[in-house]
Design a protein around this ligand. Structure first.
Ligand code: GUN
Ligand code: FE
Length: 425
């Protein structure tokens, strides 16, 4: 058992009332056990003086491909389907056990340095086990799974899977990793997108995700060409088709959702499907701007992700929050997507997406101690001005402002020094 006391901090709770609390926070083993203006007279193993510093919940990044970290920079000149066929799929096919491990480890290093404590990850067809090893070693909280792709002529031979093998390998990985380290690691079935999946495969995934009570992680309505392929094959829009299969439910996390029509939005809302908004990737791949204010008006559940390194060049959720806010303002006006709303998308809404809103996503007594300590004092504000700390975080903070990050009460980065990563990363 170990106790760490963080003292004199500005605590951005992201609780229901979005309270900002000034005082102390006690970490007891893996959980937050007390938040109070002054905690004293207790025995602790360590005290961190956080005077003039800010404590925030760890970011929950709901769509990434750790396997793509090594492919950063691959293309700002192709739209989605060409980019997959010409660049990304051949590169994914070239991965081996070792490169998959290092790709994941390097990505996790960037994530932890920029305050992300949980990810929803999609791996390659092969070598997903290596990514799970990296996740296990690094200490990050993750839902991950091998990507499934058993359909389509465009898929390179090396990645083409037989339906049964795809299912069997997924189940083997699930049985090996789901629940590892007291639930820090979970399995998520990962049919890549309808374009690359047969109906048999999607139907099996529906049954297995319900049997094992695990999430399903996929892409949908990212690009107009992708939508056309799905419509030509099924006669339906992406989300309508997923609903027709029976996959649209509260365990489904759909990345992008740029081009949803009203019918798809109402399915997403009614079935409790979770949307992962990836603004940086949607801009770089010229996919479009997802109308998130409209989704929120219609009560869809939207969280935030950065997507893989080649889609964005940046895995940093601080960057993603800033984009999520700023890209909407020209169309929806200055009050749309305020700083509180995007911070909630990056934290508590992510927790809801992974079904862990009682465990992570805000700084509250009893929750897991997944949090970061930021030093935002590089920004000179007139001392008597009343500056909203959340606005300061969303619009000004960079990863170098993050000094310390805890996951499950363990310091994974302390004083900007990574603690849990392999020494040779
Ligand atoms: N759709 C299917 N696969 C991918 C991928 O790897 N990245 C993105 N951005 N979209 C996808
Ligand atoms: Fe993606």
């Amino acid at each position: 058992m170990s106790k760490t006391l963080i003292k004199n901090a500005e605590i951005v709770t992201v609780n229901e009332e979005n309270e900002i609390f000034y005082g102390d926070l006690l970490i007891d083993n893996d959980r937050i056990s007390q938040i109070d203006s002054h905690i004293q007279d207790i025995d602790v193993d360590k005290v961190i003086d956080a005077r003039h510093k800010t404590v925030i919940p760890g970011f929950i990044h709901t769509h990434i491909h750790l396997c793509q970290t090594l492919f950063r920079g691959q293309g700002d000149d192709l739209e989605l389907l060409d980019w997959l066929e010409k660049r990304i799929w051949p590169l994914e096919a070239s991965h081996d056990e070792e490169s998959s491990y290092y790709s994941a480890m390097l990505g996790i290093g960037e994530l932890i340095r920029s305050g992300t404590t949980s990810v929803v990850d999609m791996e390659t067809v092969h070598h997903a086990d290596s990514a799970f090893q990296a996740i296990a070693t690094s200490g990050i909280r993750a839902l991950s799974g091998k990507v499934m792709m058993d359909y389509g002529d465009e898929v390179p031979l090396l990645l083409q899977e037989n339906t049964d093998t795809s299912i069997q390998e997924s189940v083997d990985l699930l049985e090996k990793w789901h629940g590892h380290d007291s639930g820090r690691i979970q399995y998520a079935f990962s049919p890549r997108f309808v374009v690359s999946c047969s109906e048999d495969l999607l139907t099996e995934v529906r049954d297995l995700s319900s049997h094992y009570n695990v999430h399903v992680h996929s892409h949908a309505a990212e690009n107009t060409g992708e939508i056309e392929i799905v419509e030509n094959r099924t006669g339906m829009r992406n989300v309508v088709y997923l609903d027709h299969i029976g996959l649209a439910n509260e365990r489904l996390i759909l990345a992008h959702c740029v081009w949803l029509n009203d019918e798809e939005k109402s399915i997403i809302k009614d079935r409790g499907v979770k949307v992962s908004h990836c603004p940086g990737s949607n801009l770089k791949l010229a996919s479009g701007i997802a109308d998130v204010p409209d989704m929120l008006d219609k009560q869809l559940q939207v969280s935030l992700g950065a997507d893989g390194a080649p889609c964005n060049n940046n895995l940093n959720m601080l960057n993603e929050m800033r984009l999520a806010a700023t890209i909407q303002k020209p169309k929806h006006g200055p009050t749309s997507m305020n700083a509180q709303a995007v911070l909630r998308m990056a934290t508590i809404e992510g927790a809801k997406a992974v079904g862990m809103e009682n465990e992570i996503g805000s700084l509250e007594v009893g929750k897991k101690a997944d949090l970061s300590i930021l030093d935002l004092n590089d920004f000179h504000v007139y001392p008597s001005f009343d500056v909203d700390p959340v606005s300061r975080i969303v619009y000004s903070a960079t990863s170098s402002d993050i000094e310390t990050t805890f996951i499950n009460g363990t310091p994974v980065m302390e004083g900007r020094v990574m603690k849990t990563m392999d020494k040779n990363i």
